[in-house]
Ligand binder design. Sequence first.
Ligand SMILES: [Zn+2]
Length: 148
Amino acid sequence: MLKFFVSSSLVLIAQVPTDNAQFITLKNLLEQSGFQVIVELPPQRGAYGLLQTSSKKIWINPVVFDLNIALPTLIHESVHAAQVCSGEGTIEMLGLDIEPINQARPFFQRYGDIHRQDLEREAYAVQTQPNSFELALSLVKKYCKLTS
Ligand SMILES: [Zn+2]
């Protein structure tokens, strides 16, 4: 079975101090939407966050708490979660009308696959908005059904 991993090995915007309440709010919403959020080393070396589409598992590398990038890491993976919900069994772009900041370009352009680049560009676009937290919440609410 082909497994598709979506990871963010680099996160651009460190929010200091990390807003713990926002992290928990977003984590809870993802869990209510059928995703499992686990704080442990992802099965892909060097990733800060990882979403496995087949199992709807999201790994958050514990190191992001030390780096104060836990919230942007979860926001990034939340966009991929919304992409999974939107794709209904596969993963699809949401087609948002926003672009990432220029400094984010190297992070998604390193992906050779153009579909993959689009998915990452969208995740970085949300992640680098000033209202990234609210945007991530609304995308998960819009595309994912509450399961609990
Ligand atoms: Zn990503």
